[in-house]
Design a binder for this molecule. Structure first.
Ligand SMILES: NC(=O)c1ccc[n+]([C@@H]2O[C@H](COP(=O)([O-])OP(=O)(O)OC[C@H]3O[C@@H](n4cnc5c(N)ncnc54)[C@H](OP(=O)(O)O)[C@@H]3O)[C@@H](O)[C@H]2O)c1
Length: 282
């Protein structure tokens, strides 16, 4: 099967590249910004048509959520309009388009969480609005697609919350972490493996919610990181208002999965990550 991965050097792209590394089964092309800027419509058209993949996995995105508030045009180009061309192209060449979206497309006010068919409305951030538009374009253009919403990703490539917590603790600084935003930390490796299974199982087109199981707030997540790592920094809970990030995060982000087998718990996934990165022993 011929697969194109865009954003292959990003956190998720890196894990996707690994899960499709079996050369007997997959002929994989890995592109990031240097090989193809997805906002360059002509280049996307020419290069992707020439490659003619059966599956296009788009893990390229503008993901700096706070900075996005002051770079609206660029964010929309990468996260929305480029996805529109990819959806048209996927439809033209009959490819399956796999695209990743986020809990930020919701307003985050529903303390019961969000099933796949919950109406998307009032995202609070530029990032969330751009991802909402991409979702709409994929659904309107309607190539064969998996539109996968996920959240709170951590993975071996790039910056993540776990490494930030451990670095600050290592520097001996006090940590303040918000305790009023709820969601599910998700190991990019587990998500990538589930994507591979979805392709192999020939799942139907549509929206999917994929996160590790069980929910927590960021403070709980930080506590678990330090408990498993046997490190004991000064860690204090704060409210989102006290933390005052430039982009307003959703309070309740639980993405309820009604379509796929659940992934392992975020606690087990975190432990696996800490073992795999050599932070703790098995
Ligand atoms: N991280 C999370 O917690 C999270 C949560 C929910 C959903 N998601 C979604 O999951 C997907 C993957 O996220 P991630 O965390 O793996 O992102 P990431 O680590 O920021 O990686 C994104 C990749 O896309 C590349 N890219 C950016 N603009 C590009 C362009 N114009 N053309 C080609 N490549 C470009 C980036 O290159 P540069 O480094 O050069 O910019 C980077 O390699 C995204 O759709 C994201 O919205 C992520």
């Amino acid at each position: 099967m011929k697969i194109l991965i865009l954003g292959a050097k990003g956190m998720l792209g890196h894990e996707l590249a690994k899960v499709f590394s079996d050369k007997d089964k997959y002929e994989v092309t890995l592109w990031d910004r240097e090989e193809l800027d997805i906002t360059d419509q002509e280049a996307v058209d020419a290069k992707v048509k020439e490659l003619h993949p059966e599956v296009i996995i788009n893990a390229a995105a503008y993901t700096a959520i706070d900075k996005a508030e002051s770079e609206t045009d660029l964010v929309y180009k990468i996260n929305a309009y480029a996805v529109g061309y990819l959806a048209n192209l996927a439809k033209d060449i009959g490819a399956l388009l796999i695209h990743f979206s986020t809990d930020y497309v919701f307003d985050g006010e529903n303390n019961m969480g969000y099933k796949e068919d919950y109406p998307v409305k009032n995202p609070a951030t530029v990032y969330g609005k751009s991802k909402k538009l991409a979702e709409k374009m994929i659904e309107d253009i309607n190539p064969r697609h998996f539109l996968i919403r996920t959240q709170w990703l951590f993975g071996i490539s790039g910056k993540n919350f776990i490494e930030t917590m451990l670095r600050i603790a290592d520097e001996g600084k006090d940590l303040k972490v918000v305790n009023d935003q709820f969601g599910s930390p998700t190991y990019a490796k587990d998500l990538a493996e589930r994507v591979r299974e979805m392709i192999e199982e020939n799942r139907e087109s549509g929206i999917y919610h994929i996160t590790n199981s069980d929910t927590c707030n960021w403070y709980d997540f930080a506590q678990k990181i330090f408990e498993l790592s046997d490190i004991h920094p000064s860690l204090k809970p704060v409210t989102s208002e006290e933390f005052a990030a430039p982009a307003k995060r959703p309070t309740y982000s639980m993405l309820i999965n009604t379509k796929l087998p659940p992934l392992r718990s975020w606690q087990d996934a975190l432990q696996a990550y800490l073992i795999e990165t050599g932070r703790i022993k098995e």
